[in-house]
Design a protein around this ligand. Structure first.
Ligand code: GLN
Length: 525
């Protein structure tokens, strides 16, 4: 085997397999990290998953290697590279949240999830691209240019966390961190053939995740397998005193749950709810077909498919696009030209208000401005009850729908999004169409329940990946790992290997070379 082939093999390993090679000493973290940096160098000029590459990755990897040689007790993912969504603040790399207003911003502290990843010996590779302040479903709202879907470079990788999903799908990183306020982990997973899980609200710390809508935001894993998601969730999850909404629960091992699911008989007798008010129309035929086939597969292995009524599910989008802008308009008020990032002084005698206005005008993109205006309007005295108040009532009705549904079923299943990856540019000028792409992911955020998206197959009409979403009651994240891993095992068996092995980007990219990058990329954040 040539050196190049060996490196290609390293990037194709799951995090779990790479971790066992690291533990046995067969591979060093420096080798694994270098293989991923080389892969980034080869393909990220096309993909643009990363906004910034860590200058320290190889040093961190070397440190883990020497700790291992010294016989230190290391965690299960020690030495495995990790990509980090740019919404999470880091002390050694800029954190921009995809916005011009935070260009070059250095945080004085690490987000809790980043600190936990570092403490567990994971090796941060860099920061991934995203829609500005996590507003969007395509990464086209990034101030630094869109990310491209590894399955088809002319298509979107989903959003807002398209960078994390594309990095994992293009084998630039085995693991990534994402954030999900209305689907930004799950919808990118759906369109890139990867796995993404939004934890129960309060299950993973939000400390150091640049807030979009605080009552909806959750950080979670973006990976190629369900087991890898469980391994990463085990590292980042659990109570954090720095997050006032963090749950005090003792969580079970999600990696164990995934292992259980893959070998056990969890589908036998499992009650899977499908929502009768979510009809096939509005869904791309290939998405519906893949969803039905996955359900049939589960049924053939003993699951019971039950139609349930969740009449308010479909109003989630309407409620969300009032609640989210309302919370975002308040959270983004801190970008005032004084405390963080950019400052534009329009003329020498400018007042504070003029500096603030000029800074926000130059620093925020159109979608962010749109939502701040919508949010402040919805919160204004005369309209508060009509808009924000009504949306909160709908939110309660959706929560009740979930409570009722989970009296009768163990999990709910939906397609993870209504369409496969759409073309770059297709929906950018039509915010409503962009918002409607979130119809199946949003309700979980409104209700605070966990959701997972795993690949269910390829849509027959375009050959692009489709995801199936499972939702469970709050605190039952482990159930999603069990069910997800069980279905994944059946499907991978049927396909004769992971779906991503069929992505046309493999084994070689359309390699235009990346700008000379080892340190911070030129022209990138
Ligand atoms: N697409 C949704 C939005 O634009 C989801 C965003 C998210 O989860 N961060 O708000």
């Amino acid at each position: 085997m040539t050196g190049l082939e060996a490196a290609t093999d390293l990037v194709r390993l799951s995090a779990a397999d790479l971790a066992s090679k690291l533990a046995s000493g067969e591979v060093s973290s420096v080798e694994a990290t270098r293989a991923h940096l080389d892969r980034i160098q080869a393909v990220d000029g096309d993909i643009h998953a990363f906004l910034h590459i860590s200058e320290r990755a190889l040093d961190v990897a070397a440190e883990i290697d020497s700790r291992r040689t010294n016989g230190d007790q290391l965690g299960p993912l020690a030495g495995v590279p990790l990509a980090i969504k740019d919404v999470l603040v880091t002390t050694d790399m800029p954190s921009t949240s995809g916005s011009r207003i935070l260009e070059g911003y250095m945080s004085p502290f690490d987000a809790t999830v980043v600190a936990r990843a570092r403490a567990a010996g994971l090796v941060p590779l860099g920061k991934t691209n995203m829609d500005e302040f996590a507003m969007g479903s395509s990464t086209e709202h990034s101030a630094y240019g869109p990310t491209h879907n590894p399955w088809d470079l002319d298509r979107i990788p989903g959003g807002s966390g398209g960078g994390s999903a594309a990095a994992v799908a293009a084998f630039e990183a085995p693991l990534a961190l994402g954030s999900d306020t209305g689907g930004s982990i799950r919808q990118p997973a759906h369109v890139t053939g990867t796995v993404g899980l939004k934890p129960t609200y309060g299950g993973v710390s939000r400390y150091g995740a640049i807030a979009l809508a605080s009552s909806l935001d959750q950080v979670g894993p973006v990976t190629r397998t369900v087991l890898d998601a469980g391994l990463l969730h085990d590292v980042i999850g659990g109570h954090d005193p720095f997050d006032s909404t963090s749950l005090l629960d003792q969580w079970p091992s999600f990696a164990e749950a995934a292992r259980d699911g893959a070998r056990g008989d969890v589908l036998r007798g499992l009650r899977v709810g499908v929502i009768s008010e979510l009809p096939d129309e509005g869904f791309q035929p290939g998405v519906s077909a893949s969803f039905r086939e996955a359900l049939a597969k589960m049924e053939a292995h003993g699951a019971e498919i039950v139609e349930i009524s969740a009449p308010h599910f479909e109003y989630g989008v309407a409620a969300y696009y009032l609640i989210l802008p309302a919370e975002a308009s308040s959270n983004l008020a801190k970008f005032d030209s004084v405390r963080f990032g950019m400052r534009v002084t329009p003329h020498a005698a400018a007042t504070v208000e003029e500096v603030m206005a000029a800074t926000r005008d130059a620093g925020f993109g159109d979608e962010v401005k749109r939502r701040i205006i919508l949010g402040t309007y919805a919160l204004s005295a005369g309209y508060y009850d009509a808009y924000y108040g009504s949306a909160q009532k709908v939110r309660t009705l959706i929560q009740r729908d979930f409570d009722n549904a989970f009296q009768n079923v163990d999990v709910l299943a939906t397609p993870s999004a209504p369409t496969t990856a759409f073309k770059l540019g297709e929906k950018i000028d039509d915010p409503m169409q962009m918002y409607l792409n979130d119809v199946t992911t949003i309700p979980a955020n409104l209700a605070g329940v966990p959701g997972i998206s795993i690949p269910s197959g390829l849509a027959s009409e375009d050959g692009l990946p489709v995801g199936i979403q499972f939702l469970a009651p709050a605190r039952e994240d482990a159930r999603l790992y069990r069910v997800g891993a069980a279905l994944e095992a059946l499907l991978v068996d049927e396909w004769g290997g992971p779906l991503l092995e069929r992505a046309p980007l493999l084994p070689a990219a359309r390699a235009t070379t990346l700008r000379q990058a080892q340190g911070p990329m030129e022209g990138k954040a």
